[in-house]
Design a protein around this ligand. Structure first.
Ligand code: ADP
Length: 500
């Protein structure tokens, strides 16, 4: 039987998904399942590890059924996942000792403030490319060891294993045989030295995590292990693993230094490939490992995020009732020539790169008696593009590479008004691919390369199909004027918050 399918598992924050791709990167079937979010205390977020595994398993089995494909026809599995989320389980039983602590969870914020006060931030940045923040895995694992009765003792006796979601999925996919992770997921734990690609003894000591708990870290495109035949009906090799944003960078074929992609979801994630150079940002961007295939040189990326992207469109729909669907925002925005001088600074949860203000809050500027619903909707969409330019500008400044275009994906990249405005505001072409499920596609490509289905990355570059290019149409002067208006509005929003 010809093995020609690649099964991509995309384990996200709110849902799990399985997609079957052929070797030209075309999806044959796609199944997703949502699962429960737990908020045990304000600011805390957890997932049930068994929900993570069971929804993934269901999607995997269902996608084969829907496509009418036998497991024997799958050449390789690729995994991509929500990053940083921490799990701890017992190697004797395979049972988690606590729920998965999700990347969004702020329970270790105080511990991170202490790390900063003790001067660890600089060391963490140098070794891991990250800052001391509750997002990352290490303090979450330490919390489990410190707060689950008996956990630290069991860990010190060598009975416990830790991992991010990819490790947990692989452990279950292989019937407990494989305890591994890839470099991109490891690079988000705050325990991994991104320059040597090894777990760092100083950091393990700092976070008091025994090294016996750690998974084996290996390149994103490499052989991780065989699935247990019980799960799909036969053994299938796992050949690719990467954290979601790095998988998307790979799926967008951003293989050269200076290639950038922006994912427009709830928030926006911009990643720039910086090649063999681990660029240290002066503006609060993270330095992280990009996904690479075994035997090829390690690559790094700069990463910045916009906290409130598509979420402001949800806000217009759900809180204000100004629109009935996210896609309706496009026709409303296009019904007016501009916002009439209105700016929305959607700092609902503070401002990220490069402003870094946790206390800033959402602010509307410049309204007149003539301001309409269409102006407000347009201002919300424009704010997504302005914030993305904020991040892109500091990336270009920090890395020094010329950026000739921006590749886009994610739910809100469907909005043609937003994409056109983005091109106008960055004064560069915006390129939207035919396949916008680039996260799953990236995992599939990593698996395909490692399994030998592709010769090299050129096959991926050839597969990457442009759906539409948005060329800048606004004059440079007009674009700059509007962007300066935005920057002025952000400064005012920050000043307003600081007053009380
Ligand atoms: P996530 O992976 O973060 O859940 P998705 O990639 O599924 O996000 O994108 C969903 C987000 O995109 C939502 O915040 C939604 O408001 C926004 N969105 C979806 N379609 C559109 C559209 N046509 N115009 C503007 N925003 C949109």
């Amino acid at each position: 039987m010809k093995k020609k399918w690649i099964l991509a598992l995309d384990q996200g924050t709110t849902s799990s998904r399985a997609i079957l791709f052929d070797t030209s990167g075309i999806a044959r079937a796609n199944v997703a399942e949502e699962f429960t979010q737990y908020f045990p205390q304000p600011g805390w977020v957890e997932h049930d590890p068994w929900d993570i595994w069971n929804t993934t398993k269901n999607c995997m089995q269902e996608v084969l059924k829907q496509a009418g494909i036998k497991p024997e026809e799958i050449a390789a599995i690729g995994i991509t996942n929500q990053r940083e989320t921490a799990l701890v389980w017992d190697r004797r039983t395979g049972k988690p000792v606590y729920n998965a602590i999700v990347w969004q969870c702020r329970r270790t914020a105080d511990a991170c403030v202490r790390l900063r006060e003790e001067g660890w931030n600089e060391i963490l940045r140098r070794k891991t490319g990250l800052m001391a923040d509750a997002y990352f895995t290490a303090t979450k694992v330490a919390w489990i060891l410190d707060n689950v009765p008996g956990a630290r003792r069991r860990a010190e006796q060598g009975y416990l294993m830790m991992g991010t979601v990819d490790s947990w999925l692989m452990y279950n996919l292989t019937g407990g045989k494989v305890h591994a992770t890839d470099f991109t997921n490891a690079s988000r734990t705050q325990l991994f030295n991104i320059h040597t690609q090894e777990w760092d003894p100083t950091l393990l000591k700092l976070f008091r995590i025994p090294d016996t708990m750690l998974p084996k870290a290996q390149p994103s495109g490499s052989f991780f292990g065989m699935t247990d035949p019980e799960i799909l009906g036969c053994e299938v090799p796992i050949h690719g693993v990467a954290g979601d944003q790095q998988a998307a960078l790979f799926g967008q074929a951003c293989f050269k230094a200076g290639n950038v992609k922006n994912t427009y979801g709830t928030g926006c994630f911009l990643l720039m490939n910086t090649g063999a150079r681990a660029v240290q940002s002066r503006n609060g961007l993270l330095t992280t490992l990009a996904a690479t295939v075994e035997g090829t040189p390690v690559q790094y990326a700069l990463e910045g995020s916009v906290f409130t992207g598509g979420a402001s469109i949800q806000w217009l729909r759900d809180q204000l009732g100004l629109i009935s669907s996210a896609s309706q925002s496009e026709e409303l925005a296009l019904s007016v020539p501009d916002t009439g001088g209105v700016y929305l600074v959607p700092a609902f949860t503070g401002l990220g790169t490069p402003w870094w203000d946790m206390f800033a809050r959402g602010t509307l500027f410049g309204m007149t008696r003539g301001t309409s619903r269409a102006h407000l909707v347009r201002a919300a969409l424009e704010s997504i593009a302005f914030q993305s330019r904020d991040v892109l500008d500091v990336m270009i400044k920090d890395a020094g590479y010329p950026v000739t275009s921006l590749k886009v994906d994610g739910g809100a990249s469907a909005n043609a008004f937003l994409m056109q405005f983005q091109a106008d505001i960055i004064q560069r072409p915006v390129e939207r691919p035919a396949e916008v499920q680039t996260t799953a596609l990236g995992a599939a490509y990593l698996a395909a390369l490692s399994a030998g289905l592709f010769k090299d990355q050129n096959d991926i570059v050839e597969n990457w199909t442009l759906e539409r290019t948005f060329q800048p149409q606004m004059t440079r002067e007009e674009s700059q004027n509007r962007y300066e208006g935005w920057q002025h509005a952000v400064r005012q929003a920050i000043a307003y918050t600081k007053k009380d």
